[in-house]
Design a protein around this ligand. Structure first.
Ligand code: GDD
Ligand code: MG
Length: 359
């Protein structure tokens, strides 16, 4: 069966000061559901993989936070990274370790910080992806794009594949990670492109074979680490090799090059999907009347004019009042306060670099 692998890294800089380096986005409950993004990811994948085949790859610093939120996660299935090396090293490490346990292992990598609705549709897409992965493809899930975002990968839909038990599988004829705005608009106008949903289902062996072709140094390093994984030498080998590994995203490392040789497939998604990358997209998830401010937290703490719009997060527990400002974003936490506008949400990342002290 499927191994569900969740690479949980990155700080979610654009959601500062809600998310911090020490307390990243995936550990937050951004919807007020009572479950954090990581816990919701767990809930969604558990029926597909089963508890024994749920794996998390995260930074050393976040292992205890992850374990606290997921008491049922098996210790042997938590892979800790000494430093962030981006998604290819994280997912590649999981693949290399799984290959030691099972040469036929099929892994699905799912981001820890997405919001997905429509459980049946999600499960049937993943089931089709697994069938397609068994036929040797690197399988993605394609999301119908709503705007020419420059923050996603774009995949061009090719011909239908004839894979048993995957009637919706198509070939990907082009994979372009984070195109510029002009290219993204051109893609959108053709109607032939989908966003890459950040999920990859693939046989561990197929992923490592692809990586060996494209980034051999990373492949070799990961293979050496995995060979020592279940021995006393693990920490020595890890501390020797990990710092030398190249930093690269899986999209650039394998998805783009593999699409050029016809080895990438896509299952078009019919479920709801949101990346919640910034406060504008977070605001869109919170129900409110047209023009009304959206509030994440206790609404009794917030007073604004009724047509002010915007997003107010009173996470410090003190009241927030806004007057004469439209579409403002106010995020109040005990030790840091952000004030911006919805339109500038993407730029929070830039300013956070200058607030390192409180980050
Ligand atoms: N453990 C670990 N360590 N995980 C990491 C690291 C790392 O150093 N870096 C990234 N990740 C995890 C993230 O937590 C996330 O689950 C996944 O890898 C993807 O990384 P992101 O940094 O979130 O990538 P992105 O959002 O810029 O782009 C990816 O996702 C988009 C959809 O949200 C790409 O796959 C795009 O093509 C895709 O459209
Ligand atoms: Mg992301």
């Amino acid at each position: 069966g499927l191994w569900a692998v969740v690479p949980a890294g990155g700080a979610g800089t654009r959601l500062w000061p809600l998310s911090r380096e020490s307390y990243p986005k995936f550990l937050l409950d951004l919807t007020g559901s009572g479950r954090t993004l990581l816990q919701s990811t767990w809930d969604r994948l558990l029926p597909l993989a089963g508890q024994a085949q749920m794996m998390i790859v995260t930074g050393q610093a976040h292992v205890s936070g992850v374990a606290a939120q997921l008491p049922e996660l098996e210790t042997a299935n938590v892979l800790a990274e000494p430093s962030p090396k981006e998604s290819m090293a994280a997912i590649g490490l999981a693949a290399a370790v799984l290959l030691q346990r099972d040469p036929e292992a099929v892994l699905g990598s799912f981001a820890a910080d997405h919001i997905i609705s429509g459980r049946d549709a999600f499960e049937s897409a993943v089931t089709e992806a697994v069938a397609t992965a068994k036929a040797g493809y690197l399988v993605t899930i394609g999301i119908a794009p709503s705007h020419p975002s420059t923050g996603f990968g774009y995949i061009k839909l090719g011909e239908k594949l004839s894979v048993n038990e995957a009637p919706n599988a198509r070939r990907v004829t082009e994979f372009k990670e984070k195109p510029d705005a002009r290219t993204a608009s051109a893609y959108l106008s053709t109607g032939d492109y989908r966003w890459n949903g950040g999920m990859f289902v693939v046989k561990a062996q197929v992923l490592l074979d692809l990586l060996k072709e494209t980034v051999p140094d990373l492949h070799d390093g990961l293979t050496r680490i995995a060979a020592a994984w279940d021995s006393d030498a693990r920490s020595t080998v890890m501390s020797e090799i990990w710092p030398t590994l190249p930093k690269i995203a899986i999209d650039h490392a394998v998805a783009e090059p593999a699409s050029k040789v016809g080895k990438v497939a896509v299952i078009p998604a019919t479920f709801g999907w949101d990346d919640v990358g910034d406060f504008a997209s977070l605001a869109d998830l919170i129900p409110a009347e047209e023009g009304e401010p959206r509030i994440l937290g206790d609404p009794r703490l917030v007073v604004t004019e009724s047509q002010a719009g915007g997003l107010i997060i009173p996470a410090a527990g003190r009241p927030i009042a806004c007057l004469g400002v439209d579409d403002v974003v106010v995020v109040d936490t005990p030790d840091a306060l952000l004030i911006t506008t919805r339109a500038r949400s993407q730029d929070v990342k830039k300013i956070v670099g200058r607030t390192k002290k409180v980050y």
